[in-house]
Design a protein around this ligand. Sequence first.
Ligand SMILES: Cc1ncc(C[n+]2csc(CCOP(=O)(O)OP(=O)(O)O)c2C)c(N)n1
Ligand SMILES: [Mg+2]
Length: 270
Amino acid sequence: MDISELEQKAREVRKRIIRMNSAAGQGHTGGDLSETDILVALYFRILRQIDPTRTNPDRDRFILSKGHGVGGYYCTLAEAGYLEDEDLTTYLGFETRCPGHPVRQKTPCIELNTGALGHGVPVSVGMALSAKRQQKDFRVYVLTGDGELQEGSNWEAALSAQQYCLDNLVVIVDRNRLQLADRTENIIGLEPLADKWRAFGFDVQETQGNDMGSVVSTLEGLDFTCGCPHVVIANTTKGAGISFIEDRPAWHHRVPKGDEVALAIAELEA
Ligand SMILES: Cc1ncc(C[n+]2csc(CCOP(=O)(O)OP(=O)(O)O)c2C)c(N)n1
Ligand SMILES: [Mg+2]
């Protein structure tokens, strides 16, 4: 799929997010929208041997460590045909395939139950190490929030990733500079973030995380034989794509209501 087709997919995913969150009356709209382009790039172009049943041992793995962003993930999976449109109408409902955080036992494709922040990167390190030990060439991609990096578990995992030369590991940071209620730099600052990862022995790449061309060329440009783990700092805007949602802390856990739905869809179709 070429870049303009991927961009169209991302617009469709964003429309699904707006409609799904609005109908459910709850959701993490800002975080769903900031990660959309990354998820579309992964599921429509980057991941090899995608297997919704997770039985193919050679499939690339993806872990959504920022589990509260699962709405954007379900909408991507539906757009790619791994969930039904119907499933999205049951988001957050009783016995749904689409609960409020990722649950492996309920939903196709999901590799790891997440939601308590700070666990995806450590588990990804284990998966990437297991690939090395089994001499398999699958890759492990993990998407973490930037606020999430305040969890110390990530940095312990980074030490291990360097120790084991895990060049099959790609940590993608959704660097939208917002966490739950405020800017990351006002709570526990992360800068200089790239230098921190470099000091932990990572190959560090930066990308414009809401620009499909930039995301794809960065992910496709990684050298999987370099002997060190990768981090892609994806500079994003929380709420990307909808002007009145972008970069506003209140939209961390808000959903469009009333006229906002039509306004948001109109912006996406403009
Ligand atoms: C261990 C843990 N602490 C707190 C929370 C509550 N929580 C959910 S989302 C969130 C903010 C996450 O911010 P960030 O990682 O930057 O994600 P994004 O901006 O992409 O939504 C917090 C604190 C949690 N889920 N897990
Ligand atoms: Mg954030």
